[in-house]
Design a protein around this ligand. Sequence first.
Ligand code: ZN
Length: 277
Amino acid sequence: MMRRREFVGACLATPLLLRPAFGASRLVVKGALEQGSLAIGHAGRGATVTVDGQQVRVSPGGAFAFGFPYDQLKPVSVEARFADGKTDSASFTPTARQYDIQRVDGLPQSTVTPPPEILERIKREGAEIFEGRTRDTAGDDFLSGFDWPAPGRESGVFGSQRIDNGVPMAPHFGVDMAAPTGTPIHAPADGVVTISADHYLNGGFILMDHGQGVSTSFLHQSKRIAQAGDVVRRGQVIGLVGQTGRATGPHLHWAMNWFQVKLDPSRSTKTPKPKPL
Ligand SMILES: [Zn+2]
């Protein structure tokens, strides 16, 4: 029997959606259900799941992940086929967000309009990150939620339209935590380091894989401690805050992805936002 239900995020009183307990639904989706947020679903052992028609990996325990793009307006359709052959489906419309406009002046002009000889390097580093985010590994470290990786003042929010030195740029896809150079950065969850490298725009850069396409990244580090291939536990120090790459002051830019879908990590944290230092 196929049942279909609609969930519109804007109608919810709380940002956390638990699938209502009517019927005997075995398809549950939790998360902020906002534009730019990670959703975590459960469909039971042995289920297969599609998100907008694309099959996604399901953990042995029956969990799966997907992300709402920052500008997604349409509902996302999730269909599950359970181990016993029965099916269920539901669609989820993310709550629309209002994003700020943020002007950043005083950036090194060479990082806002890079010289032509640098563009090739920026392209190569971007391709390396793209490739790192295509990984679809069986781990489910994302299931335990995320801790804030560093203390500090939140100096930049996800999705804001950036105008850097007067030049309109892509939206800011991450959270900035302003903290002194040398402040330790802790792994927000268990995971595997897939990239640890010095990039032109990102500075000291680490990408961590938390399973099933969920990754987080850490930019502008003064020192990278974790190396590619390291299996890292939640809380382990992976690097130090810095001002390398395109940055006006020492801070951590923390980003989250579901594959190439850019997400707001602050919507997946389970610890309170840290106090400014
Ligand atoms: Zn940033």
